[in-house]
Design a protein around this ligand. Structure first.
Ligand code: ZN
Length: 335
């Protein structure tokens, strides 16, 4: 499959980087960020150019108290023009709440690992597909405009089951596309993917996804998230999930990073001349505020240490060069 793409690239000129820090990041951090800080976070992310932000999850507050204020954060996000705010929903009850709040988009997880699906939702993947069909029926019956995106989690492997058969991922994508969902993403939930696996799996899924596969979700557990994003970019994927400061982690790997760091992804794309509409200097400033909102939490990512290179020709880079602390100059003088 990969050989078909050797030498050819469908690399896009514009990409959406969706912010996942407030949901995927915070869901695995036990500290509770106050609602007022979350609203500042959403505003700062918006001011930095982010136009897709996942603001939380509609799950019972006893399971994830740190996301109990999702409805309030969503309501604030909806006051910002042009912002697509999404929420994660694990079932019909959560989907009803998302639609009651007129969320622009809801993300429904569907685990490609049978064992992970049973452990997480106590349902087989096919039972989850049936739930997704019921949610799509409910959405259409009430005339709701809330978009349905299915995130195929553990698509590249699973800490419980180990190997996940790519054919099973293909089968599940076909099933949910047949049920009329609006979009599908492939998620490396536990950081098992490498760029070869990414090109192979996306290449197998793209022909059956009928144009609905547009997003990659890569955890940086083993340092390959940026390489995996690049691999998917070359196949024409135009949307990637990321968490500011790489927050999040993996419950099975204490201290591990979460999603690719938003500021690192934005930097890589800008350096490659791919427009993602985000102001890297503003992202670095937001990262610093997140450090303050999560005292004691280890953040990840790389760009913040060195700052932007002098050779970077973007407006955001030149602004950053004149207004940040001069980290690069200090590093150069130390060489
Ligand atoms: Zn994730």
């Amino acid at each position: 499959m990969r050989q078909e793409h050797a030498g050819a690239t469908n690399r896009p000129s514009r990409v959406v980087v969706r912010e996942m820090g407030l949901r995927d990041g915070l869901q695995s951090i036990s500290q509770v960020v106050p609602t007022a800080a979350k609203l500042e976070w959403v505003q700062a992310a918006y001011d930095a150019g982010q136009r897709e932000i996942e603001v939380g999850s509609f799950v019972p507050a006893r399971l994830l108290p740190q996301l109990a204020d999702t409805a309030e954060v969503l309501a604030f996000a909806q006051t910002l023009p042009g912002l697509c705010a999404s929420v994660l929903v694990p079932n019909l009850k959560g989907a009803e709440r998302a639609m009651d709040c007129n969320a622009q988009s809801m993300l429904l997880p569907l685990s490609a690992s049978h064992a992970h699906s049973l452990a997480n939702l106590r349902k087989t993947p096919d039972e989850v597909v049936q739930d997704i069909a019921r949610i799509r029926d409910a959405r259409d019956a009430r005339g709701s405009k809330t978009r349905i995106e299915v995130g195929i989690s553990t698509a590249f492997g699973c800490t419980i089951q180990g190997h996940v058969d790519p054919a099973e991922v293909v089968r599940l994508v076909e099933a949910v596309v047949a049920e009329g969902v609006d979009a599908v993403s492939l998620a490396d939930t536990v950081g098992y993917a490498d760029p070869g696996m990414v090109q192979s799996l996306f290449s197998q899924v793209l022909p059956v996804a009928r144009g609905k596969l547009d997003c990659g979700h890569f955890h940086d557990t083993r340092g390959l998230a940026l390489a995996n994003i690049f691999a998917a970019l070359e196949l024409g994927i135009t949307r990637f999930d990321a968490c500011i400061g790489g927050i999040g982690g993996c419950p099975h790997a204490p201290g591990a990073s979460g999603n690719a760091a938003t500021e690192d992804v934005a930097y890589m794309l800008a350096s490659m001349g791919i427009d993602c509409g985000q102001d890297i200097e503003a992202l670095l400033a937001l990262r610093q505020r997140v450090v303050e909102w999560l005292p004691g939490e280890i953040l990840h990512g790389t760009l913040w240490r060195a700052g932007l290179p002098k050779t970077m020709g973007t407006e955001s880079a030149s602004k950053a060069r004149t207004s940040t602390s001069g980290t690069e100059a200090e590093m150069e003088s130390a060489v």
